[in-house]
Design a binder for this molecule. Structure first.
Ligand SMILES: [Zn+2]
Length: 325
């Protein structure tokens, strides 16, 4: 059944999503970037880069991009709206905080110590989904949750509990960050037992782990999973794409194709000073860009016998179902 989806330019029907990339970032900054005055905030660059990225994705038929940037990592819904309007692409923004080690936990941890944070986090998510983000009038269209390597900390669990409740109230999908291929099954179990709808839950960065049993243990909870870091090799604990291909083709062959989403987790503008990757890493990251899936991964799937119909289903039907059923 079609439902209403919040994009940064207003509501659409889930039937209008079309080909969708479920986890990208037009701009992202590790908290702390605000203090580096040698890398000043440059909205014009974010918009210009965003338009160029959107145009490249559109050339491959992409109609919608989910921007998974957490609140404290430089999320700027008004810039996303400007990119969306100028590039004529649908963009969905997130509500939620990043995982403890790389987010900005001090603010809500202090309030957690005082006992007020769980209700405040839930109120924040609910308000951003139903009323809008600050005074922008832009509503969040997905709930972003994140956990650490090998654990869901008390701090993170507070967001998972709030996210499950906010989803029950609003129906908005949950998308997650798992760290270095850990906690996929645990995230799924926690969310489903906290009342989240598995059909509207997408456990992310599952391609940080290429052991099929890890994927099946997660899928057993009825959730969707995402291979959403194609092109990230050799940093943040990521495996090589070849290993991702092997695992993904295996899962598709086993019949899980209607519960898998694909994306890149691209960061198109790093907030703060520009990043300089050492040559060896830059070479490994050559495929980390917004059209990598269409240019380099889909051909591999086709060679392995994955049908066009299945591939279209992954990019069109699966996102529609995650937002709409
Ligand atoms: Zn991300």
């Amino acid at each position: 059944m079609a439902t209403t989806v919040n994009t940064v330019t207003g509501p659409i029907s889930s039937d209008e999503l079309g080909k969708t990339l479920m986890h990208e970032h037009f701009a992202f900054g590790y908290p702390g970037f605000q203090g580096d005055t040698l890398g000043p905030y440059d909205p014009a660059n974010i918009v210009a880069t965003g338009i160029e990225v959107a145009e490249r994705a559109k050339a491959h038929g992409v109609k919608t991009i989910v921007d998974a940037t957490p609140n404290e990592c430089g999320r700027d819904p008004e810039l996303l709206r400007e990119i969306s309007e100028k590039a004529e692409i649908q963009i969905i923004c997130s509500t939620g905080y990043y995982y403890e080690a790389e987010g900005a936990p001090a603010y809500f941890k202090f309030r957690q110590g005082l006992g007020s944070a769980p209700a405040e986090v839930e109120e924040l998510m609910m308000t951003e989904i139903t009323d809008g983000i600050g005074d922008t009038g832009i509503k969040a269209g997905v709930i972003k949750l994140a956990s650490s390597k090998d654990e869901i900390t008390d701090y993170e669990e507070m967001f998972f509990a709030a996210g499950a409740k906010a989803q029950q109230e609003t129906g908005v999908p949950i998308i997650t960050h798992t760290q270095e291929g850990t906690m996929g099954p645990e995230q799924a179990e926690f969310l489903v037992s906290a009342g989240a709808d598995p059909n509207r839950t997408m456990i992310g960065h599952m391609d940080g782990n290429t052991d099929v049993s890890y994927h099946i243990a997660t899928l057993d909870h009825g959730v969707n999973i995402a291979f959403d870091r194609f092109g990230i090799q050799g940093i943040v604990g990521a495996p090589m794409d070849e290993m991702r291909h092997t695992c993904l083709i295996g899962l598709l062959g086993m019949g899980y194709g209607d519960r898998i989403a694909l994306s890149h987790d691209t960061v198109n503008v790093w907030l703060g000073r520009p990043l300089v990757f050492p040559d060896a890493i830059a070479q490994l990251l050559e495929g980390w860009h917004i059209t990598h899936l269409f240019e380099d991964v889909v051909p591999v799937l086709k060679r392995a016998g994955v049908t066009n119909e299945r591939i279209d289903g992954i990019f069109v039907e699966n996102p529609r179902r995650i937002f709409g059923s």
